[in-house]
Ligand binder design. Structure first.
Ligand code: NAD
Length: 297
C-alpha cells in the first residue's frame, strides 16, 4: 500500500479518493474549498492545510482539478502560489487525472522532468457514478515504466487502465473519445426525434435501432429520449451525469487542438455549436446532463 497525496476533492475526486482509502492506501488530501473536505473529516485520511504540507512522504501525487491553469499552478506555480514539484522527493510519481489541454500537460511534465520527477496524464472516462463505483477508464500518457507504476494505484479507482502513448497521449485519447460521444449523442437524439415527429414511439424506435446498424453507446446505455430508460438522466429531468458545461469544455479542447494539429473536425465543430446554442438558450441548461441536447430538437 502506498502513501498518496490527493488534490481536488470535487464531484470526481472525492469518490476516487474514497476508493483509494478503501483499498488500504494512506491518503493525505488537500482542496482549497473547505466544503469539499467536510465529508472526509471522519474518515481515515490526513487533511493538509496547504499543498506543500500535503506532499510530505508522498510516493504518488494524484490530482483531479477543473482545468489546465489549475494543474500548472499546483505543480509549477503561478503568480499566486508556489508549485509543489520542487518539494517532492525524487521517486514521487505525479498522476494528473484532470481533463486538460496537452500544452498544460507538457508544461508540467517538462517542469517536473527538470527536477527529476516523473509525471503522467491519466484523464478518465466515466462520470461521477463510475468514480463512485470504482469503474472508471483511465487513458494514460506515459512511458511503459511509469505506466506500470501508476497502474498499481489507478486500478483501485477504475476497471480499465490503458496506455495511449507517451506524455499527452492520454489527453488526446480522451479528447477524441468525448468528441465522438457528443457526435453520437446528438445524432441519436436527432434520429429519435425524427421518428417521434413521424408518429413512432421513441422506445420502439430505440429497440429497432439497437438491433440495426444505428446501434451506438448513447442509444444503448444513455438514451436521451425521456421514457425509454429508467436509469438514464432523461428519466430525471436530465440531472447530471456529465454536464453540458463539461462537454463544452471538452469540445473546446478538441477545437483548439484541431487548429494546432491542422485537423479537419467539421462534425466536432458542428456538435460544439449545437451544445453551445443549447447552453445559450437558457443558462441553466449548462448544468443539465449532456443528453439534454434532446431538448434542442
Ligand atoms: P469539481 O469542480 O467538482 O472539482 C474540482 C475540485 O478541485 C474542487 O473541489 C476545487 O476546489 C478543487 N481544486 C481547485 N484547485 C485546486 C488545487 N490547487 N488543489 C486542490 N484542489 C483544487 O470538478 P469535477 O467534476 O470533479 O471534475 C474534475 C476534473 O475531472 C475536470 O477536469 C473534469 O473535466 C474531469 N471530468 C469530470 C467528469 C464529471 O462527470 N464530473 C467526468 C470525467 C472527467
Amino acid at each position: 500500500m502506498a502513501n498518496i497525496s490527493f488534490f481536488g476533492l470535487g464531484k470526481m475526486g472525492a469518490p476516487m479518493a474514497r476508493n483509494l482509502v478503501k483499498a488500504g492506501h494512506q491518503l493525505t488530501v488537500f482542496d482549497p474549498f473547505p466544503k469539499a473536505l467536510q465529508a472526509f473529516k471522519q474518515k481515515e485520511v490526513d487533511i493538509a492545510d496547504s499543498p506543500i504540507a500535503a506532499i510530505e512522504n508522498a510516493e504518488f501525487v494524484i490530482s483531479m482539478l477543473p482545468n489546465g491553469a489549475h494543474v500548472v499552478a499546483l505543480y509549477a506555480g503561478d503568480d499566486k502560489q508556489e508549485g509543489i514539484t520542487p518539494h517532492l522527493q525524487e521517486n514521487t510519481l505525479i498522476i494528473d487525472c484532470s481533463t486538460v489541454d496537452v500544452g498544460s500537460v507538457k508544461t508540467v511534465f517538462n517542469f517536473a522532468r527538470d527536477r527529476n520527477i516523473a509525471m503522467l496524464d491519466a484523464p478518465v472516462s466515466g462520470g461521477v457514478a463510475a468514480a463512485q463505483g470504482g469503474s472508471l477508464t483511465f487513458m494514460c500518457g506515459a512511458s511503459e515504466t511509469n505506466f506500470a507504476r501508476a497502474k498499481s494505484v489507478l486500478s483501485d479507482m477504475g476497471k480499465n487502465v490503458l496506455r495511449a502513448g507517451n506524455t499527452g497521449a492520454g489527453q488526446i485519447a480522451k479528447m477524441c473519445n468525448n468528441m465522438l460521444l457528443a457526435i453520437h449523442m446528438a445524432g441519436t437524439a436527432e434520429a429519435l426525434k425524427l421518428g417521434v415527429n413521424n408518429g413512432l414511439d421513441a422506445n420502439v424506435l430505440s429497440q429497432i435501432m439497437l438491433q440495426s446498424s444505428g446501434c451506438n453507446w448513447s442509444l444503448e446505455k444513455y438514451n436521451p429520449a425521456p421514457g425509454v430508460m429508467e436509469n438514464a438522466p432523461a428519466a430525471c429531468d436530465y440531472q447530471p451525469g456529465f454536464t453540458v458545461e463539461l462537454m463544452l469544455k471538452d469540445l473546446g479542447l478538441a477545437m483548439e487542438n484541431s487548429i494546432q494539429s491542422k485537423s479537419a473536425i467539421p462534425m466536432g465543430a458542428l456538435v460544439r455549436n449545437l451544445y453551445s446554442c443549447h447552453g445559450l438558450q437558457k443558462s441553466d441548461n449548462n448544468q443539465l446532463d449532456f443528453s439534454s441536447i434532446w431538448q434542442m430538437y
